[in-house]
Design a protein around this ligand. Structure first.
Ligand SMILES: [Zn+2]
Length: 322
């Protein structure tokens, strides 16, 4: 019988979130620590192990009752060797052997996949994507990432990454660090939204007033707040960003033919602001698929999608279904 609990870890550039998750998807204990990867591998392994042990203590769950430790990390990662190789947002942890470390110190199975893939597994298992046969999960935050469930199973490409944020929306758009121009995340991720808002906000706009007149204080979150209060500039920009989001979602629908597209990440906490123009754009481009059969919805698990899916990953791994 599968173990009744699992540990899920969601490793990002700023923090590591961990949880003990029950077999029904319930989060029993949850805690986050700063990543501080620049302190090096030995320090990182020690703190990750301490996090796992603290989570078990808080949940009053014995290590004998867990299926193992499922880990999702900001990539690049190497799922085969269970090591993270991400000099971009996790400098100092290049080659950190997270999977081997948990196998050796806790004596339980462990596996490593991409951070957007755990989000996809979480939403598909116990969130807005429940029951979908094929589902595309998109997370919109500092960047835009994705994970795909194809015919009920996690789709795993080279390097375990679905870089949906780097599919091109505008050939003449802003230059991207990946080498292309006009990538989706250069037009619709949090920093891109903040940059457009800061450079274009009229001096008499409510948005600028909410930012105390300081353009560098403007964020995607503040933009949706100003739009919700009826600020004309913010409403126009939110409409434009929703259009960019909708173009990308329409492309993914045409490519994958999913029955669900679930959008998560910090920017999508402003779903109500972006949804009208996003859905309008998708509907105007959806002649090739049965759009009435595609559920487009915000994440239900929110910031817990990652840890939930990371825990799910270890159960699937142990069953040979990952
Ligand atoms: Zn790019």
């Amino acid at each position: 019988m599968p173990a009744p609990f699992a540990i899920g870890l969601d490793i990002g550039g700023t923090s590591v979130v961990g949880a003990v998750v029950a077999a029904d998807g319930r989060i029993v204990s949850r805690r986050s620590i700063p990543s501080r990867s620049q302190q090096g591998i030995a320090d990182g392994l020690r703190r990750l192990e301490a996090l796992a042990r603290t989570l078990l203590d808080q949940a009053q769950v014995s290590v004998n009752d867990i299926a193992g430790v499922g880990i999702g990390s900001s990539g690049p990662i190497d799922a085969e060797t269970g090591r993270i190789h991400n000099p971009f947002t996790l400098p100092g942890w290049d080659g950190i052997p997270v999977v081997d470390h948990f196998r050796e110190t806790l004596g339980v199975p462990s596996c490593l996949i991409g951070d957007c893939q755990i989000g996809a597994l979480g939403e598909h298992w116990n969130g807005a994507g429940r029951g979908a046969r094929t589902m595309v999960y998109v997370t919109v935050g500092t960047g835009i990432g994705g994970g795909v469930i194809a015919n009920g199973r996690l789709y795993r490409g080279l390097g375990d990454s679905n870089e949906v944020g780097h599919h091109v929306i505008d050939l003449d758009g802003p230059e991207c660090y990946c080498g292309a121009r006009g990538c989706w995340e250069m037009l619709a991720a949090g920093p891109a939204i903040a940059k457009m808002a800061a450079s274009e906000a009229p001096h008499n706009s409510l948005l600028l007033t909410l930012a105390d007149g300081q353009r560098e204080q403007i964020s995607a979150r503040l933009l949706t707040e100003a739009a919700a209060l009826g600020d004309p500039f913010s409403l126009r920009l939110v409409d434009r960003v929703g259009t960019y989001l909708g173009v990308g979602v329409a492309n993914l629908i045409n490519i994958f033919g999913p029955d669900a597209v679930i959008l998560g990440g910090g920017v999508m906490l402003g779903w109500d602001s972006f949804a009208p123009s996003l859905l309008r754009t998708v509907n105007s481009r959806g002649k090739m698929v049965r759009l009435d059969q595609v559920r487009i919805a915000p994440s239900e698990l929110g910031l817990n999608a990652g840890v939930t899916g990371a825990a799910r990953a270890i159960w699937l791994h142990n069953a040979g279904e990952l």
